[in-house]
Design a protein around this ligand. Structure first.
Ligand code: MEV
Length: 448
């Protein structure tokens, strides 16, 4: 038994020792915050300082002052743990920073269902980012392209000279591609864009690739006979995609009122709906980002970049499409898959200055940015599964409402155990209004 009085099963090696901490913690949601932290400290071998960091909001105003300008404070969001995740046979406790009720519970519940089908199976491209150099006023776009490609080896060497440390870490510029954005005609010059394909190792890589782009822009313009314009990464990081699939057994798909086949067919139809309609695809993908963004945030990564990449990738065919799709497999079970760019890092950037982001990564126990991307995409697929399962069966409001009821109970003034009592009463009545919560709380307090 642990110090919190719960039987946690066998001790697992800590992530830093290279082992995987079990992500199965039945009843975690029923524990007090102290008990949860006690259990986490034991499983993930947190130090007292790290536990204190979690309790104190993970970032001091002084630290914030080193991150951005004109600091006047910090702004906290809830940090919860996504449970049950097993990815490529490895368990991960997933820190999720998010304000929306039900996101963490729903993802954890879906991860438990996927676990029953063997867990998530993920693969990722190498960590290749694209830096773009715009070349305009090109008199002959065809010969300009050829001139750049003919000089590729020297250009790659120049790119690598600009980032010697990256090369030492095993990364560096791998390739150069030229795209014609506007062909030159007899009447007007054209525009090219040069893509520098850079292996960023475990960094997100924005600063790395921007430096590379700036270092060779003048030479590129000279070769093309034009002028250089912008030199900046592309957030459509489609050379750095992650693909995840999962299999959900029919037996675990069953809901209160619907059997597994009905729920599976409802999810497949929901997927088809999103494949056919961009209005639905946007909401479908929002449900996916419900899972991804909280992990991006909890690990100090750039969620605007990940969002931009995801939606640009979703629209790459010219029509906005769902990032994840669902089908019935030959054996009747539900099969899901997701693919999206994942431009994230496990070194540098925010991680240098934000202790909460470092702790988030430590809890996850990932060894590389590539592995982190696979976890994030898996959480996205889980969130999508949870949303579609609810929508295809009882509807989203039932689950949402019981969790929403807790926030309403708190806003009405409930504290401690009263939060759950008031929330349960609101859910039972099917009336989750603030006034009703105030009334129930008043009655409970009168009785006490
Ligand atoms: C709500 O945050 C997300 C959903 O709208 C996603 C979906 O409709 O698939 C429930």
């Amino acid at each position: 038994m642990s110090k919190s009085g719960h039987d946690h099963g066998p001790r697992h090696p800590s992530p830093s020792q290279g082992g995987s901490v079990s992500s199965r913690v039945p009843g975690f949601y029923k524990l007090s915050i102290d008990e949860r932290l006690g259990l986490l400290s034991e499983r993930s071998q947190l130090s007292q300082a790290e536990e204190a960091l979690l309790r104190s909001g993970c970032l001091s105003v002084e630290q914030a002052n080193h991150m951005v300008e004109n600091v006047i404070g910090t702004y906290a969001l809830p940090l919860g743990l996504g449970l049950n995740f097993q990815i490529n046979g490895r368990d991960h406790l997933v820190p999720m920073c998010v304000e929306e009720p039900s996101v963490i519970a729903a993802a954890s519940n879906a991860a438990r269902m996927v676990r029953e089908g063997g867990g998530f199976v993920a693969e990722a491209d190498p960590p290749l980012m694209i830096a773009q150099v715009q070349i305009y006023d090109v008199p002959d776009t065809e010969s300009g392209t050829q001139a750049i490609l003919a000089d590729k080896a020297a250009l790659i060497a120049a790119c690598n000279d600009a980032q010697p440390n990256l090369q030492k870490r095993g990364g560096g510029t791998r390739d150069i591609e030229v795209r014609t954005l506007e062909a030159a005609t007899a009447d007007r010059p054209g525009m090219l864009v040069v893509h520098l394909i850079v292996d960023c190792c475990d960094a997100m890589g924005a600063n790395l690739v921007n430096t590379v782009a700036e270092s060779v822009a003048a030479r590129l313009a000279e070769l093309a006979g034009g002028c250089y314009g912008l030199r900046i990464l592309s957030n459509l990081a489609d050379r750095r995609c992650v693909r995840v699939r999962c299999r959900v057994p029919l037996a675990v798909l069953r809901s209160e009122r619907f059997d597994g086949v009905a729920v599976r067919d409802g999810i497949v139809l929901a997927s088809r709906f999103a494949e056919l309609d961009p209005y639905r695809a946007a909401t479908h993908n929002k449900g996916i980002m419900n899972g991804i963004d909280p992990v991006v945030l909890a690990t100090g990564n750039d969620w605007r970049g990940v969002e931009a990449g995801a939606h640009a990738f979703a629209a790459r065919s010219g029509v906005y499409r769902p990032l994840a799709t669902w089908r019935a497999g030959d054996d009747g079970h539900l099969l899901g898959q997701i693919e999206l760019p994942m431009a994230i890092g496990t070194v540098g950037g925010t991680l240098r200055v934000h202790p909460g982001a470092r702790l988030g990564l430590q809890l996850l126990g990932v060894k590389s940015a590539t592995e982190l991307g696979m976890v994030m995409a898996s959480v996205g697929l889980a969130s999508n599964l949870a949303a579609l399962r609810a929508l295809a069966a009882e509807g989203i409001q039932q689950g949402h409402m019981s969790l929403h009821a807790r926030s309403v109970a708190v806003s009405a003034g409930a504290t401690g155990d009263l939060v759950d009592v008031v929330a349960a009463e609101l859910a039972k009545l099917g009336d989750v209004r603030h006034e009703r919560a105030v009334q129930i709380l008043g009655q409970l307090q009168d009785r006490a």
